[in-house]
Design a protein. Structure first.
Lengths: 126, 132
């Protein structure tokens, strides 16, 4: 199907909740993100809970026979996906500093997350 | 109001598809429009024609088909997710050199673009079985 250009793009928020490799959740939601981009929609990514682990740089996924999320995340800018948010308390819980992340992400507290969800038209969670 | 439903879970292992089916019936009864039902991840098993339930248990693939026949619904199964899980139509069976195909009547294989197109058109997108 060829994507039809819409007059007003919708705002899509994709919420990543799962750790990077235990299930296909990260990949499956990223596939949705890339398809949103093909349709020229506005896309934001939010990483909550264990989902913040997806953002860590220096991942070694080869022994798991999984594709490296770092490479996928690095390609997001090419798809104009640059609005990336991470839950501040989840980063603290996992002992992650913002400079350990593979891509630039804005830290948000619970109130800011509530507001972010409210600002979007469509929310997909995995 | 225009709705789209997204189903991520297998009907055998999760209640979510059954809940989605009842939600679909309820919204249609209330006079709303169901633009599309999109089956992703293990949700593709909702379209497995070889699913065989005990006589006193529900069989979701046939339930979806009945509802689709009655209301002319668009039941779309994500093609990439389906092929990985062995839910194939005759075209894909030929392409992957398989001797059988098992996509249930009333369902169609297509890409994630169908999900995004539906989300753009719909007033509400409701996800069932989205955790894990």
């Amino acid at each position: 199907m060829s994507p039809e250009k819409q007059p007003t793009p919708k705002r899509f928020l994709l919420i990543f909740n799962s750790p990077p490799y235990g299930t296909s959740a990260a990949r499956d939601l990223l596939d949705i993100a890339l398809t949103c981009s093909v349709f020229e929609q506005n896309i934001s990514l939010l990483f909550l809970g264990d989902g913040v682990l997806q953002l860590l740089s220096n991942q070694h996924s080869a022994p798991l026979r999984q594709k490296n999320l770092n490479a996928l995340h690095s390609s997001l800018a090419m798809y104009d996906i640059e609005a990336v948010y991470a839950e501040d308390s989840a980063l603290t819980y996992h002992g992650i500093e913002i400079d350990q992340l593979q891509i630039n992400a804005t830290e948000l507290n619970t109130d800011a997350i509530k507001q972010l969800i409210n600002e979007h038209d469509v929310v997909f969670t995995l | 109001m225009i709705f789209t439903l997204v189903i991520h879970a297998s009907p055998v292992q999760h209640q979510a598809p059954e809940t989605a089916l009842r939600f679909a019936r309820a919204l249609l009864e209330a006079g709303h429009t169901l633009h599309r039902v999109f089956f992703y991840r293990d949700g593709v098993f909702n379209g497995n024609a070889l699913s065989s339930s005990a006589a006193d248990e529900p069989c979701l693939p046939s339930d979806w088909r009945s509802l689709a026949d009655e209301h002319k619904l668009d039941l779309v199964v994500c093609i990439a997710a389906a092929i990985r899980r062995g839910v194939l139509d005759s075209n894909e069976a030929r392409r992957y050199d398989k001797t059988h195909h098992n996509l249930a009547e009333g369902f169609e294989l297509s890409g994630l673009g169908q999900l995004i197109e539906a989300a753009i058109i719909s007033d509400r997108v409701i996800t069932f079985g989205g955790r894990g």
